[in-house]
Design a protein around this ligand. Structure first.
Ligand code: MSP
Length: 547
């Protein structure tokens, strides 16, 4: 249990962490937090990478709610652009119908995995279209848009303009050479056309000021942005409508379509009520995968600065999921379909696996066998097994959550056991720190150390023998209290990771819905020491072992 003694929480606190413990704004109303995911391209069905971004945001949103905050949590779909236009054409569908179908798949996936978004925005929504056109007019008014000739490389898969340094040659199987994007590996084409340019270079000094405040988390990801900053040029922000018709027209020029990234980034403002009722802005935490960091830390703040709007407080960048060590791609045939996996691992099991294994720092490899073993070992055999042991009628005859008795605790438990139990409040602090750093894998590590400990404690005190003789009742009750209390605190802390199952465990422990906030973790003395309370007994298993 070395981690418990170390001062992890303090050294883990990046700048945005400091706010976590303050649950109310000075005026006394609930503090509001605005968390966003990127909006997802609808050119193909969702895969585990997309789901991970959404789950990480969801766990963060749920954590803030557990601190009593009001959370605005937005996600959605990015529906315009060449990529989507051509995907729809390939399957002989109108772009709108195509988008409707895939957007529904994202929604279904998020609903199945308990992604508790408050807003699901689609860039084809009318409110968004008018927000984008309004924003464009402001950029024109503020003299950030001019007409010019753009010439350069363009990756359709990434909807991204690239400089010479950002592309390289790749030899294809046919022996021919193809230019590709260095970072994504996607093919690029040479584009030369008259369109509208955005004065990105003009905004660079202000951009640097913002970046230097340390808004990117983890900080190490900054170097990636610096490379892009070195090659900064004005940005082409429109395409000829003859090439790209599936997009928002430039106000006052029907021959041009607004660049899909400008359109997409504004989704965050649309959700916040822009232009007429802007209320949640600036966003507190914007979560993105490492492939789209440049767009969120260069283009996005530049657009906002040009429009005279506040900048987001934090951009969190997470690492990627790979399969067999490779990036997922249709051509490699290694795309993991979350819906299919959930049929086997269950939605909760799958959600847990992704959150306890993925990290913001380093890529994580997906493996079916590993996922199954982890769900079985941690959720079924350790966590739920603990619940069934403490609530089994053979041991806990009256199926109660017994009250605490200090004298019995001193009598029947060793110094080490008492000290471990008394350090439960440290676990709360540690998890607060981890959740604030979006380190869900560390939360699960810390909580499961405690769950494993309580399983062992239960065994060590041989309750199946204690329950045979009423003379041992006090010892048995004290053991039940300690293990159940550990389970209660761990369940409260696990809610952001496995809301459904943790909720069911708390139900069975008889903890009312209103007593499940982080602050209630510490209320043992107030609530649970007073009197025994009944468990909610149910015969069925919360979750079966996965075969
Ligand atoms: N539409 C843009 C975002 C616009 S936001 C204004 C986009 N969409 S995406 O569908 O390609 O990606 C959405 C999110 O999924 C991004 O955060 C991206 O990093 C994430 N992932 C896509 N593949 C991933 C993995 N293999 N692993 C983890 N996350 C990955 O980019």
């Amino acid at each position: 249990m070395k981690w418990l003694q170390t001062n992890w929480v303090k050294c883990l606190r990046p700048p945005f962490i400091q706010k976590a413990y303050c649950t109310h704004s000075p005026c006394g109303s609930k503090e509001r937090v605005f968390i966003t995911t990127p909006i997802f391209y609808v050119n193909a069905a969702p895969h585990i990478g997309h789901l991970y971004t959404a789950l990480l945001a969801d766990a963060t949103a749920r954590f803030h709610r557990l601190h009593g905050k009001e959370v605005v949590f937005s996600t959605g779909t990015d529906e315009h652009g060449l990529k989507i236009q051509s995907s729809a054409t390939k399957v002989n569908k109108t772009p709108k119908l195509y988008c409707d179908e895939i957007a529904a798949k994202f929604k279904a996936l998020f609903d199945r995995t308990d992604v508790s978004y408050s807003h699901f925005i689609r860039t084809t929504d009318e409110t968004h279209v008018s927000a984008v056109q309004n924003f464009w007019k402001i950029l024109v008014k503020n003299d950030y848009i001019y007409q010019g000739k753009y010439e350069g490389w363009y990756s359709m898969a990434d909807e991204e303009f690239l400089s010479e340094e950002e592309v390289c040659d790749q030899r294809m199987e046919t022996g021919e050479s193809q230019k590709i994007s260095v970072s994504s590996g996607h093919p690029v084409v040479w584009v030369a056309e008259e369109n509208y340019m955005f004065r990105l270079t003009k905004i660079k000094p202000k951009l640097l000021e913002w970046l230097n405040t340390g808004v990117i988390y983890p900080r190490e990801k900054r170097s990636q942005v610096d490379i892009a900053l070195r090659n900064l040029q004005d940005l082409s922000v429109s395409r000829s409508r003859s090439r790209l018709s599936w997009g928002i027209p430039v106000p006052g020029d029907s021959t041009q379509t607004i660049y899909v990234w400008l359109d997409a980034l504004i989704n965050y403002l649309t959700v916040a009520g822009y232009p007429d009722h802007l209320q949640h802005w600036p966003a507190d935490t914007q979560i993105v995968g490492q492939d789209i960091l440049k767009f969120h830390t260069i283009y996005w703040p530049a657009f906002l600065l040009a429009a005279g709007l506040d900048l987001p407080k934090q951009i969190v960048c997470h690492a990627h999921w790979t399969v067999d060590g490779y990036k997922m791609s249709k051509s490699r045939g290694n795309v993991v379909d979350p819906q299919e996996r959930m049929n086997k691992l269950t939605a909760t099991g799958f959600r847990y696996f992704l959150l306890r294994s993925g990290t913001v720092f380093t890529n994580c490899n997906y493996d079916d066998a590993v996922a199954k073993d982890i769900v079985n070992a941690e959720i079924v055999n350790s966590y739920l097994n603990m619940l069934s042991r403490v609530s089994s009628k053979s041991i806990n005859k009256h199926t109660i959550f017994p009250s605490f008795n200090e004298e019995d605790f001193q009598t029947f438990f060793t110094k080490e056991e008492r000290s471990m139990f008394n350090r439960l409040p440290d676990l709360i602090d540690i998890c607060n720190g981890y959740y604030n750093g979006l380190l869900c894998h560390k939360v699960s590590e810390a909580v499961f150390e405690y769950i494993r400990w309580s399983n062992k404690l239960f065994n060590d005190h041989v309750p199946w023998k204690l329950c045979k003789d009423p003379a041992n009742d006090r010892h048995l009750h004290c053991l039940l209290h300690v293990t159940m209390e550990t389970l209660r605190v761990c369940s409260i802390l696990l809610q952001p990771l496995i809301p459904h199952i943790a909720g069911q465990v708390l139900d069975r422990l008889g903890i009312s819905k209103g007593d499940r906030l982080i602050k209630h973790c510490l209320e043992r003395q107030l609530v649970h020491r007073i009197k025994d309370h009944p468990l909610q007994c149910q015969k069925n298993h919360i979750m079966q072992r996965i075969k």
